[in-house]
Write a protein of this length. Structure first.
Lengths: 384, 106
């Protein structure tokens, strides 16, 4: 089978799988199994429980390699050594360059796309964070299955295992990027969202994001999303400054130091980030690794629980994505929006221009029509 | 000659650049970056393939989850819906990019 046919088949299979998951999500929303509140709960559950378990746990009995049954600790513990790191460190740099170039190109295209203010940061993040685990793994396994010898490996299994280590080296900084940098970047809008409520209310002392949101916006029934944001931020550690508003204001350096400490606390004390570092530590410290993963290890029962819960991470991510699509589709159906409005419309919340730039870079879907008109005029001028 | 001059003028070039975006422009730029430093990358062919495989995917579902976690449901739903056409466009683009990567690293 030629390379292009093989790649095409793998792409189609991956997309059909994801499309099926999306369909399940849409049907779940349609039949009222899931709603917005439930999707929010699943997202929070994933952030605080499932994802940390995914980073820490592994299935010691599993002999097969797949996205769902290995972890950072497993991969690092199994395959990483100083010699290997010296050989593969450019992969880590590659991951950082991937994010940086994604942000740069996303920002540049956003100047053309002119997304709505609520979507601007997400537009750039959509460029910065491609699917770096599931899809590359599927492609990698396919390549290894067909070309293990050409890649320099005796078996497809050896090829895929080594590839797994390489992928995790590549994405080592991506979780930090999304859960520390991106999270803080999108969450920083929270105080400005709270501002009108403060102005309308009283001259309350200047707050710190999570705490203020939780207290001021949760009282506003007209703004469930904002109240939700407050709860979510507080739940994920971003409400580190709780109570600071009523405390007497410290001055100068101590205030700056407290702000910096609060920022670091918000950024790094998220469950997923803590688990990421824990996973790395377990993977690199052999006695700890044995204690966690050996059958008679002291911590093995706890890690076994993490394994069970961690397996739900990938399904939960896909379910949140699919149900989000379902919620949007149900909304659009209620408004009797045509199917084509999925390619950009007021109902969708993304203009056609923004959607077109996100997909292919053309600032408007009318561009091909304009080009075809020009082609027609060119043809007519040739005929004359 | 006139057509050739017009084809090479900045306006069509600008138009061409605008016609390639997230699923095309970004991976292409990242591929160019990788090709330009190919000799500096690890010698293992599989490691080089990783550099080419990682940029080709559509937007990560995790970004939707983050939007849900911070309570921006409107953004989450818009983003999730925008991933669907990306997936469709990804089918031909991944095929082309992966084939190119296999040739370049071979």
């Amino acid at each position: 089978m030629s390379d292009i046919t093989q790649a095409l088949l793998v792409s189609i299979k991956s997309v059909v799988t994801l499309a099926t998951i999306v369909l399940v999500g849409v049907l779940s929303v349609k039949h009222e199994v899931l709603d917005r509140q439930a999707v929010g709960v699943v997202a929070k559950l994933m952030n605080t429980v499932l994802l940390p378990c995914f980073f820490v746990g592994k299935d010691v009995r599993s002999q097969t390699f797949s996205v769902c049954n290995f972890s950072l600790a497993d991969i690092l513990g199994k395959g990483l050594s100083v010699a290997k790191f010296e050989q593969l460190w450019p992969l880590v740099i590659g991951g950082i360059v991937l994010q940086a170039s994604g942000v740069a190109v996303g920002w540049l295209v956003s100047l053309y796309a002119r997304p709505q203010p609520f979507f601007r940061k997400w537009f750039i993040l959509a460029f910065a964070f491609p699917n770096v685990v599931a899809l590359p793994f599927v492609l990698l396994e396919s390549i290894c299955a067909n070309q293990a010898a050409e890649m320099g490996y005796a078996t497809a299994r050896a090829c895929a295992d080594e590839g797994g280590l390489m992928v995790f080296m590549f994405i080592l900084t991506l979780d930090i990027g999304i859960f520390v940098v991106a999270f803080e970047w999108v969450a920083e809008r929270a105080p400005s969202a709270a501002a009108p409520a403060r102005i309308a209310g009283s001259a309350a002392p200047a707050p710190i994001a999570g705490a203020d949101l939780e207290t001021s916006l949760s009282k506003d029934p007209a703004r469930p999303e904002a109240a939700d944001a407050g709860g979510a931020l507080a739940g994920t550690g971003t409400g580190a400054g709780s109570g600071s508003g009523s405390a007497s204001r410290p001055s100068g350096c101590s205030q700056g130091a407290r702000a910096a400490a609060a920022m670091l606390q918000r950024a790094f004390l998220k469950p997923a980030v803590v688990a990421q570092f824990t996973g790395i530590a377990i993977g690199l410290i052999r006695p700890l690794q044995h204690s966690c993963f050996d059958v008679d290890g002291l911590l093995s029962p706890i890690v076994a629980a993490a394994v069970v819960l961690g397996k739900a991470t990938v399904p939960a991510v896909n379910l949140v994505m699919a149900a989000s699509v379902g919620c949007k589709l149900m909304d659009m159906r209620k408004r009797e929006a045509p199917l084509l409005s999925l390619l950009g419309s007021e109902e969708l919340g993304i203009s056609r221009r923004t959607m077109a730039c996100l997909l292919v870079g053309v600032p408007s879907f009318h561009m091909p029509h304009a080009l075809s008109q020009r082609a027609r005029s060119d043809r007519s001028s040739c005929m004359t | 000659v006139h057509d050739l001059t017009r084809a090479l003028s900045p306006a069509p070039l600008k138009r061409l650049l605008r016609q390639v975006g997230k699923c095309v422009l970004l991976p292409a730029i990242q591929y160019l970056l990788v090709v330009s430093v190919l000799d500096q990358l690890p010698e293992a062919r599989l490691a080089r393939m990783i550099f080419f495989l990682e940029p080709v995917g559509p937007t990560a579902s995790m970004v939707v989850v983050v939007a849900q976690i911070v309570g921006q449901q409107r953004a989450a739903e818009a983003l999730a819906t925008a991933i669907i056409p990306q997936l469709l466009l990804a089918i031909p683009m991944i095929s082309l990019f992966v084939t190119y990567a296999l040739v370049v690293t071979g």
